[in-house]
Write a protein that binds this ligand. Structure first.
Ligand SMILES: Cc1cc2nc3c(=O)[nH]c(=O)nc-3n(C[C@H](O)[C@H](O)[C@H](O)COP(=O)(O)O)c2cc1C
Length: 432
């Protein structure tokens, strides 16, 4: 009997431009600001019984590569990008079972506003919302919110821990049976069941209660993806689903074992915190066709190192255009994404070598749907759980390859769900 695992879809570049100037992107790039592409994705992955769709977000126009935003704006890389929260309402309306997870910055959102936003969406979707909490990593983002430089990396996680504490208390400020709606007595809300939280912390103060009611899940599902020791410590205290972009089976295994140890040390059941791993399979009708596609993608990447480097610059606040491609790199540090930088540098000694070997998540995985399904199942068995987030390019063609090619094979073999057992996202996510 196969132990089932979870599937999510990670929409990198969230509500931004997808597929600009690439084959099979149709009108997606021209229509980037409308929700059509993400609606089609949500419906397709719900048909394939995915647990959730997660929307990346960032809060700045990058100018880290070459000291100007020219490189990014000309190629529509990370800008323009719409706010994901209004899109979540639309996606909830066109689906019935799928979990929907926007990314939220704990460094810049006021906790009350966030708690209210998410509770509203959870009420609207009848219990299918999660939040991917990030601390935001770019000083340009910080400058959009009145800081000269970004808050120091470890301090951001201390703030995030308090942020989550406030938000959770606000979500609990209405008891489950506070809405009585008793027409005979003329009572809509029982005032004895709505409470202030009177929170006074080091970073945040909030009186409460929330001015929307308790949401169906009570506590919407919390996710995060920070891989540094501080990020993992934050996750161990509060988080239901950790997203990891490791690129080898050995790293996946040790990441999950480390998270489970940390969660247990916080007095939580290790099974109450799922770890899902980023995977970018290349799928073809045959193994040979898939391999050919993978090799062409790899050749394109090697011919255009600047695309990988500009992406990495915006995540780490380091201008990689200023380094020679073939000179061995000295030690680099960042106040941006530390785990991401560490992983990047571990892939070679010069930038050219790093770009050639570069993967963010498991992307050296190709084959027919049967072959990819077998590999994913073997890896999951070796790692022990808990699932994958698919993070390939958002074109309708790729979505179809996954949802109508790969997912049905995984379902037939009992590796992923073929139906939604529960009404709420949290219950489905915690089912196995
Ligand atoms: C799968 C995945 C998704 C992520 N999504 C976002 C995102 O939407 N927005 C963002 O600012 N950072 C995002 N990140 C970055 C993380 O939140 C975090 O900043 C990064 O992994 C570095 O964290 P660390 O400094 O704790 O290692 C993502 C990372 C991963 C692995």
């Amino acid at each position: 009997m196969v132990k089932p695992f979870h599937l999510g879809w990670f929409v990198g570049n969230g509500f931004g431009v997808h597929g600009w100037n690439t084959p099979f992107s149709g009108s997606a790039a021209r229509d980037w600001a409308k929700p059509g592409l993400q609606i089609d994705l949500a419906r397709a992955i719900e048909r394939a019984c995915f647990d959730f769709l997660m929307l990346e977000d960032s809060l700045f126009v990058p100018d880290n590569y070459g000291g100007s935003s020219k490189f990014y704006l000309e190629r529509a890389l990370r800008a323009p990008k719409n706010d994901p929260l209004p899109l979540v309402g639309v996606l909830a309306y066109v689906t019935k079972h799928l979990g929907i997870v926007p990314t939220i910055s704990t460094s810049f959102y006021p906790p009350y506003l966030l708690a209210r936003h998410v509770a509203t969406l959870d009420l609207m979707s009848e219990g299918r919302i999660g939040c991917n909490f990030v601390t935001s990593t770019a000083s340009r983002a910080a400058q959009n919110f009145g800081f000269e430089e970004h808050i120091e990396h470890d301090l951001r996680y201390e703030m995030a821990t308090e942020f989550v504490d406030v938000v959770k208390k606000l979500w609990d400020s209405w008891e489950p049976d506070a809405l009585v709606m008793d027409e005979a007595r003329g009572v809509f809300v029982d005032p004895d069941k709505v409470h202030t939280i009177d929170y006074k912390g080091r970073f945040y103060t909030s009186r409460g209660p929330l001015n929307t009611a308790r949401s169906p899940q009570g506590q919407p599902v919390l996710m995060q993806a920070g891989g540094s020791p501080q990020g993992r410590a934050f996750a161990a205290k509060n988080i239901d689903v950790v997203l990891a972009a490791t690129n080898s089976v050995a790293d996946m295994k040790s990441f999950r074992a480390d998270m489970r140890r940390r969660v247990a040390a916080e007095g939580r059941d290790p099974d109450s915190c799922k770890v899902v791993f980023m995977v970018i399979p290349t799928i073809g009708e045959t193994d040979a066709e898939a391999e050919d596609r993978f090799l062409r993608k790899q050749a394109f990447k090697e011919a255009h190192p600047e695309l990988v480097l500009a992406g990495m610059s915006s995540l780490t606040d380091i201008d990689f255009s200023s380094f020679d491609l073939d000179t061995p790199l000295a030690e680099l540090t960042t106040n941006g994404q530390q785990g991401t930088l560490r992983q990047f540098l571990a892939q070679g000694s010069t930038l050219r070598e790093i770009v050639r070997n570069y993967s963010h998540g498991l992307d050296r995985l190709w084959g027919s749907p049967d072959t990819v399904a077998s590999k994913m199942m073997e890896i999951m068995e070796e790692v022990g759980g808990d699932g994958y987030i698919i993070a390939g390019p958002l074109t309708r063609r790729y979505v179809t390859e996954v949802t109508d090619g790969l997912a049905p094979v995984l379902q037939k073999r009992g590796a992923v769900r073929s139906a939604y057992t529960h009404a709420h996202f949290r219950d489905n996510m915690m089912e196995f």
